[in-house]
Design a protein. Sequence first.
Length: 272
Amino acid sequence: MQDSVDILDLVSQTKARGEPFAVATVVRTISVTAAKAGAKAVVLADGSISAGWIGGGCARGAVLKAAADAIRDGQPRLISIQPKDLLDVQQVKPGEIRDGVFYARNMCPSQGTMDVFVEPVLPRPHLAVLGASPVAVALVDIARRMGFFVTVCAPQADHAAFGISDRMVDGFDLPPDGARHGFIVIATQGRGDGAALKAVLGIPSRYTAFVGSRRKFAALRHDLETEGLDVRSMDDMRSPAGLDLGSITPDEIAFSIVAEMIEIRRRGQRNA
């Protein structure tokens, strides 16, 4: 069993890696229970307990399910694991949620009660913005305010055009971390379009979009294909980028792109 200092270190390390996880904390115990108030565990997205301890099999199943649900929808949970006779007294069934508390049955001989708070820790989604156009500058500003971790990929001479960003990269090469698997927007708008597209060809992501017309995107694709490049991944790129809001100004276009990314990010959570 690891102490709280080890758990806090692990929480910091897991956050730094950008992995989603949940922290389960025993907040109250009544009668005999294996774990006591203050016990903690770090539960990873795959359902494994990375470190810590919150009791044996009596609590493990309910806590792991709550952790998986919390990671999925981003909402914390309070679980009360009680013996059958106490649930009957309160007229609560195992699996029922009442006043924000999820009730589970303690199947162990100890027949104690344990309340566990499960808190999800979700990483900020990564956005890589390629280019230094007015749309790129507006996009970085709006996306950061919407909770994205933003990496600017642009020639160093253009970095001064931006306000606050989380990271600056000289050129269009994406760093080998979460930026490769999150959201990517090419907003070069005539200054390095081909080079930026080459940099993201075949890069896995949840969303890759190009700021420009369909005609321009098709012409660039033809040029890259003529060079002998494999452009099949461009089939999944969105062009023009953003929701069709009738946007005209750089701020409006950037807003429509962020709105589209939020819609993709929140899929599966709206009805949770």
